[in-house]
Design a protein around this ligand. Structure first.
Ligand SMILES: NC(=O)c1ccc[n+]([C@@H]2O[C@H](COP(=O)([O-])OP(=O)(O)OC[C@H]3O[C@@H](n4cnc5c(N)ncnc54)[C@H](O)[C@@H]3O)[C@@H](O)[C@H]2O)c1
Length: 335
């Protein structure tokens, strides 16, 4: 089997994890190159994978003849430009969510992807989590009848650094975008209306940066299916991601608050150990999505999470944000 030589752009919290996963545990992949303006981050990864080249500029990495495919895990406001460059170079690309912070740029990436027949996979890793994948299978097998509604909770244990917020698009684009993708995936019916409310209740530094720390979004689809998503930075107790999919003959619940399948019991008290963060909760999903990326590229398959999925999540996140600021329901014309 051929080996895919992968270059990783951006080596922050998630990019480092992706680089180490590509280098260490993805079959038929090799970590060929890394790029981050912070040299120590490149040194850190190359300490474990000395064969990986270090590039100061993303363009050099993209153009390198030793790089067959690219992973973009840099700050969100760099995604569109880097996608343009990788697509122009004719190389397959895995790009972290969100695809862009701007809907017209997201549509441009979709158009370029189609025109060039490019391989673009978006990093909605929840689709590859064993629990979510099993839930999807159950829904597709008709085990809960026809889907009626979906309830999503995404609570972070704290606020991200303000510097991150400045480039991330804030709560709607950075966090709610995951549930927006799940809602599209599970309901499989175009969203017709979006209504959102939000507030900054705890982290005043986020309000100063123009962001909020808690939001609730309600969606109705064309068939009238119902969905809601709570996105919050206020789960002091731990990282809390849960989803309930309700059907005419049953329901599927994904996720719980425990990081281990164990409860601690003392007199009058039961407790579990909570999940510290996204890296721990979705470790298996991050590894699986990159394995699927490498395998699908090598086998000439279509991407499993497309640029179109990324674009629709950007569109709905943007409309949810608009609904919050305009204090009114927004109608969605596109599907
Ligand atoms: N799928 C998920 O669950 C998930 C989780 C966390 C982050 N993310 C996404 O991953 C991306 C990175 O997030 P993070 O938490 O790792 O952020 P981070 O701030 O920890 O890291 C970002 C890194 O990108 C580097 N960078 C910035 N501009 C660059 C450029 N032009 N070229 C190369 N490197 C550049 C920075 O130096 C930094 O090291 C974001 O888009 C974020 O939305 C996704």
């Amino acid at each position: 089997m051929k080996i895919l030589n992968v270059g990783v752009i951006g080596l922050g919290r998630l990019g480092k994890k992706h680089a180490l996963t590509i280098g260490g545990s993805v079959a038929n992949a090799r970590l060929a190159a890394v790029c981050d303006p912070v040299a120590s981050l490149m040194d850190d990864v190359r300490g474990q994978f000395p064969g990986a080249s270090a590039f100061k500029s993303p363009q050099e990495l993209i153009d390198s003849s030793d790089v067959d495919a690219v992973v973009i895990a840099s700050a969100t406001n760099t995604h569109t430009e880097l996608l343009r460059e990788v697509i122009a170079a004719g190389k397959p690309v895995f790009c972290e969510k969100p695809l862009s912070l701007d809907i017209s740029e997201a549509k441009e990436i979709c158009r370029l992807t189609e025109e060039r027949n490019s391989f673009v996979q978006i990093g909605f890793m929840r689709r590859f989590d064993n629990g979510y994948a099993k839930a999807k299978q159950a829904v597709e097998n008709g085990e809960i009848g026809d889907v009626i509604s979906i309830h999503c909770i995404s609570r972070d244990p704290g606020a991200p650094p303000v510097e991150f917020v400045k480039t991330s698009g804030g709560l709607f684009f950075d966090l709610a975008v995951h549930d927006i993708d799940l809602i599209r995936w599970f309901l499989d019916d175009p969203v017709k209306t979006v209504r959102a409310s939000a507030a900054c209740l705890k982290y005043t530094e986020l309000a100063e940066a123009g962001d909020v720390d808690h939001g609730n979004i309600h969606f109705t689809t064309r068939k009238g299916l119902q969905a809601d998503a709570e996105a919050s930075r206020n789960a002091e107790y731990g990282y809390d991601v849960r989803t309930e999919i309700i059907g005419t003959r049953g329901a599927v619940f994904v996720g719980n608050n425990s990081c281990m399948n164990v409860s601690f019991m003392t007199k009058g008290k039961a407790s579990v150990q909570t999940v510290p963060g996204f890296l721990e909760r979705f470790e298996q999903a991050y590894e699986t999505e990159l394995g699927v990326f490498v395998n699908d590229v090598l086998k000439g398959k279509k991407p499993s999470v497309t640029a179109y999925d990324g674009m629709m999540a950007v569109l709905l996140a943007g409309e949810a944000k608009r609904s919050f600021y305009d204090k009114k329901e927004v109608e969605i014309k596109e599907d």
